[in-house]
Design a protein. Structure first.
Length: 139
């Protein structure tokens, strides 16, 4: 399965769960992750098989719990929009009352600030300590 070019351009591929690839949005304003099911020609969650739907919910829920543990957010925003990128992908955005877009949505609120290598390594280190053996890091 190929990642949509817009996601490839905007994100850093971190690794994969059994079903989904995990991407980090290259925007240091927020810890912003995206799960992309590894299935071709899927634009909506209901198009996944029943087994894949269940797997997706488990991966998303487990990853959300990890984000809550690691980043201690005020709120997690989880959304699948697909208006620009039709490939099914679900955003998991860690939100704080002090972030630059709070309480509004993050899309287009402020210009993206790309991560520096040290910041990416720090995020991966935090996730490496928190994610279980069902996850494989690519970076």
């Amino acid at each position: 399965m190929n990642i949509h070019p817009q996601l490839e351009n905007d994100c850093i591929i971190i690794g994969r769960f059994e079903l989904c690839q995990l991407l980090l949005m290259n925007d240091a304003n927020y810890p912003w992750f995206i799960l992309v099911p590894d299935r071709d020609n899927i634009t909506e969650l209901y198009q996944l098989s029943a087994k894949d739907q269940q797997r997706f919910i488990r991966e998303s829920s487990s990853f959300s719990a990890t984000l809550a543990q690691v980043f201690k957010p005020d709120k997690l925003n989880i959304a699948a929009l697909g208006n620009v990128v039709p490939q099914l992908h679900v955003h998991h955005v860690v939100r704080y009352e002090t972030d630059p877009a709070w309480p509004a949505p993050v899309w287009g609120a402020v210009p993206a600030i790309g991560y520096e290598d040290a910041q990416i390594k720090a995020i991966i280190s935090k996730l490496r300590d928190a994610l279980d053996q069902d996850f494989t890091f690519i970076v």
